[in-house]
Ligand binder design. Structure first.
Ligand SMILES: [Zn+2]
Length: 86
């Protein structure tokens, strides 16, 4: 599970934290000088989130990051609230 932060909920304008299942492959390899400067790549997913304040659902795109040694294979479809008190 990884933590997703919605900085500004479209329904209540508050910040919420969610957990999302992310399947990653950690690839062990010899580091080359290039790897040390490798930028992580944004990996965008669109998911349905449920606002704990107004108790309604909204859709948002969140950005996860992966790199050549930490590859995202799949991202789960369901999100759940990590903590309710914002
Ligand atoms: Zn909200």
């Amino acid at each position: 599970m990884e933590t997703i932060i919605i900085e500004k909920c479209p329904l209540c304008n508050q910040k919420h934290e969610y957990s999302l299942e992310v399947d990653r492959s950690i690839i062990m390899k010899m580091l080359t000088p290039n790897d040390l400067y490798e930028r992580e790549r944004p990996y965008r997913v669109r998911r349905i989130f449920s606002c704990p304040t107004v108790k309604e659902k909204f859709e948002a795109t969140v950005t996860l990051y992966d790199s050549s040694s930490n590859r995202i294979n799949a991202v789960g479809t369901s999100t759940k609230i990590k903590n309710n008190n914002g």
